[in-house]
Design a protein around this ligand. Structure first.
Ligand code: ZN
Length: 477
């Protein structure tokens, strides 16, 4: 019998061990420290007065500040050599290059992880996911999917109407239960942040938002869910929606959504953009709108969104999702829009696997505009697959965008990590001291290897603690 693992030599899996010492709480350490005077030198004046001796305080502090986790033998993006990363619970304490000629730095950390030379990165961001709709394809039937992928504006509109049937009779509990399945996959796949769209319309009411708010609280600290109150059926087309959106924000939704391109006229589309940006401004929220999501070169709602952000002093507070019509624009229009987006601090999210047209990613990145990738859909009326694996999303994007050379593979990794944090308005992250103590040990040593395998991270670390570990074993007989 031949037993093999689908990994190259040296990557048979990270080793993880922990000792009982690590489970000792800060309170335990402090209790020990307070008991110290009974064993101090009686000649020590501080001890005689009932105070702790310096020696014992230092010893206690040293034990209290033991790192939560030490990751050895890590490969880091853009940095030669092999690295050791020392993590506390709240932040990365140190990132040290290992010397080939000297022993590994002796952090006697109680918990250690051997990355075995694999790539260690910041966690992934999914900047666009219709989390209220996951796993609804069977209920929606195949027709909306066929319409959406037809590439026409009429098809996309028909798909939205067909997909809406799922929402009749939907409860917040239904939404929560489905979202929870996906967020468990997020933890396993190292997706730390999700910009999650919840339909708000007269049919769904607030069931989508309520379900996702509940999931957000359950996963807090593991997955940051930004709930977008999203008027999927339009604003002027669906009277009553604006009031529902205002209530959704009042109940705690994080981001104001929008879908101006489906309104009946350009004037209505502009009114939609203005109303949503105004709501965001009044409630101190960001904006995330689905814009120009069809193959119609006359659609201009991306431009409307950027202009509205500039006019209302909301620079850097919005993102444009999809914007597929950009693929049909003449070159001068693309350039003008890229310049306007940069001025407005507008980020973009593209989901090349869920439609036949896609954003002008290369042009926008060249203009200094952030572009992230999103999962978009998981087994719903718009896309039949999806595992919430951002490396899988990047792998498919590599083919659709023609991003196959090594520098382009690095760009794809950027789009699911650092670009994602920019687009959703979060502070930049890196594997460096002071950064949040979150990291992934990926399955591979280079961008090419990890994208080829596009498997779940070997290890996911959140808050200095291992929260998920994945191994795949193949047995050949
Ligand atoms: Zn979408």
């Amino acid at each position: 019998m031949l037993v093999s693992r689908p990994k190259t030599a040296g990557t048979e899996g990270t080793r993880y061990r922990s000792s009982r010492a690590n489970s000792q709480s800060l309170a335990d350490h402090l209790t020990e420290a307070s008991a110290a005077p009974t064993t101090t030198d009686p000649k020590d004046p501080a001890a005689r007065q009932g105070h702790l001796s310096t020696t014992h305080v230092l010893a206690s502090v040293q034990r209290v500040t033991e790192p939560a986790l030490v990751v050895r033998n890590a490969t880091l993006r853009g940095r030669p050599g092999t690295w050791t990363i020392v993590l506390d619970q709240d932040a990365i304490r140190a990132v040290e290059r290992q010397q080939a000629t000297t022993p590994v730095p002796a952090h006697e950390g109680p918990t250690e992880l051997d990355a075995e030379g694999n790539l260690v990165t910041i966690p992934f961001v999914d900047a666009h996911l219709h989390l209220c709709k996951v796993h609804t394809l069977d209920a929606a039937g195949d027709n909306p999917l066929a319409e959406y992928t037809s590439g026409t504006m009429g098809g996309a509109l028909t798909a939205i109407e067909g997909a809406a049937t799922v929402k009749r009779g939907q409860t917040a509990d239904d939404v929560y239960a489905r979202a929870r399945q996906t967020l468990l996959a997020s933890v396993a796949n190292g997706v730390r942040v999700v910009q999650a769209f919840a339909d708000v319309d007269p049919v769904a009411g607030l069931t989508g938002v309520e379900g996702l708010l509940r999931a957000r609280e359950e996963f807090r600290g593991r997955v940051d869910v930004q709930v977008v109150a999203f008027p999927q059926d339009g604003l002027l087309k669906a009277p009553g929606t604006e009031e529902l959106l205002t209530e959704a924000i009042r109940r705690g939704a994080d981001v104001v959504g929008g879908i101006p391109w489906i309104e009946h006229t350009d004037a209505d589309a502009k009114a939609h953009v203005d109303a949503m940006v105004s709501l965001a401004q009044r409630t101190n929220r960001r904006v995330a709108m689905l814009v120009d999501d069809a193959g119609d070169p006359s659609l201009r709602t991306t431009e409307m969104l950027a202009a509205a952000l500039l006019e209302r002093g909301m620079v850097g507070r919005g993102s444009a999702q999809h914007a597929r019509a950009m693929a049909t624009y003449p070159e001068p229009t693309v350039r003008r829009l890229a310049g306007l987006a940069k001025a407005a601090g507008l980020g973009f999210v593209t989901d090349p696997h869920t439609g036949p047209l896609h954003l002008r990613v290369t042009d926008l990145l060249a203009a200094g505009v952030p572009v992230a990738l999103g999962q978009d859909d998981i087994e719903d009326a718009y896309y039949p697959f999806g595992r919430h694996n951002l490396l899988e999303v990047a792998f498919v994007a590599a083919h659709v965008l023609g991003y196959l050379a090594d520098p382009q593979l690095e760009t794809l990794l950027d789009m699911v990590t650092m670009q994602g944090y920019r687009v959703v308005g979060m502070p930049p992250r890196a594997i460096e001291p002071g950064a949040p103590a979150d990291l992934l040990v990926l399955d591979g040593r280079t961008a090419r290897e990890v994208l080829t395998r596009h498997s779940a991270p070997l290890t996911v670390v959140t808050g200095g603690r291992v929260v998920a570990s994945t191994r795949t074993v193949t047995e050949l007989f």
